[in-house]
Design a protein around this ligand. Structure first.
Ligand code: ATP
Length: 346
């Protein structure tokens, strides 16, 4: 039996990176699952708090994100779709796991290091200043481990920016398993979860192809949203940063902008990258951008229309959230009862 779990932060509308790097797999896993498999998809509100959020906007984004999960094709009768912040076990387990996690493991996370790199000491620019960052930015990978382990997930479909966090989850699970091993226990308590990749592991920012496409990057033109209209998609792609080299080649190191466009085109048209490159070899950059825009529009049209319909159905969305939280809550409580006993706080 597989237990699949993944999550997304309610920090804005999902973009092509979220969709191609992770969410397409959520739907695929639902469609290819066997009846005994469990599937859980969660909107992770507590993670969003690591960066400042406007409470009103967060409340809206949280509902919109649930609508998006349904709009991409997830079936709430098959998968447990829920808000992380409505199931208490996440924070309780996160606290227990954080007491087992050496700070050194968290300081090694590249997400932490990159936050640190942007936080310079005002008096000495060459010095990074930890005291300016909130503790949640350091410890949220533990909350992420708790999200996964609370349901004893075995498969985690996420983008490749999450690989290091998933390894940390395995390390924490292994540490817990060894620390609280019972004398006659046959299997480790927490299974060690494996990552499920999509063929498109990472989509880059349209404005800065050295970084990934992200919901919270300040420049809205750096990402294509699942809710963007055809003209918006065209405008964003037209202003995508490329290079001044003639012709089209796939060379992620030297031509990250063009290669990112080819990756997007290949994923949207479900054509191998070699075939896309062969077909577009003599295109100008503008022609390639137009073709990418058409392929993206073709792919997002249906989810966009469904999203626009669903987001107005507040009663239905609340019902889905309520049922999801109940189902997830039951599973979570079962784990927490066992964990409390294992650690001596039953
Ligand atoms: P934020 O910018 O607010 O941190 P995000 O865009 O990084 O958000 P998350 O909600 O943190 O998105 O991640 C949701 C899922 O999307 C994760 O599985 C993550 O690995 C994946 N993902 C995020 N960005 C990309 C990307 N550019 N390419 C591929 N996968 C991505």
């Amino acid at each position: 039996k597989r237990v699949v779990l993944s999550g997304i932060q309610p920090t804005g509308v999902p973009h092509l990176g979220n969709y191609l790097g992770a969410m397409t797999n959520w739907v695929r896993l639902e469609r290819t699952s066997s009846p005994q498999d469990e599937l859980l998809y969660t909107v992770v509100g507590w993670h969003a708090l690591t960066l400042p959020q406007d409470p009103k906007a967060l409340m809206e984004s949280r509902i919109d994100m649930l609508a998006t999960l349904l709009a991409i094709g997830l079936d709430p009768k098959r998968s447990v779709i829920f808000h992380q912040d409505q199931v208490r076990g996440h924070t309780e387990l996160a606290w227990i796991l954080s007491c087992l996690t050496p700070v050194g493991w968290l300081r090694r996370m590249t997400t932490w290091k990159s936050r640190l790199a942007t936080s310079r000491n005002a008096n000495d620019e060459s010095e990074v200043d930890e005291s300016l960052l909130n503790a949640g930015l350091l410890t949220y990978p533990v909350l992420q481990a708790a999200d996964i382990l609370l349901y004893k997930a075995t498969h985690v479909p996420v983008g490749d920016d999450q690989t290091q966090h998933l390894q940390l989850t395995r390390d924490i699970a292994d540490h817990f398993n060894r620390t609280f091993k019972q004398p006659h226990q046959k299997h480790p308590y927490f299974p060690l979860p494996t990552q499920v990749d999509t063929p498109t592991k990472r989509i880059l920012s349209l404005k800065d192809p050295s970084s990934k496409m992200s919901k919270s990057a300040p420049d809205i033109k750096s990402r294509i949203l699942l809710t963007d209209t055809a003209p918006q998609i065209q405008t964003k792609l037209r202003s995508a940063v490329t290079d001044s080299i003639h012709g089209i080649t796939f060379d992620p190191v030297n031509r990250p902008g063009i290669s990112n466009l080819l990756t997007i085109l290949s994923a949207c048209s479900e054509e191998p990258i070699e075939q896309v490159v062969e077909r577009c070899r003599d295109y100008g950059h503008a022609q390639l951008k137009t073709e990418v825009a058409d392929a993206v529009e073709e792919m997002v049209r249906e989810p966009r229309e469904k999203f626009e319909r669903l987001r107005k159905e507040r009663g239905y969305l609340e019902q889905v959230a309520k049922e999801g939280a109940e189902k997830a809550g039951e599973k979570a409580e079962k784990t927490m009862n066992e964990v409390r006993k294992l650690i001596g706080l039953a």
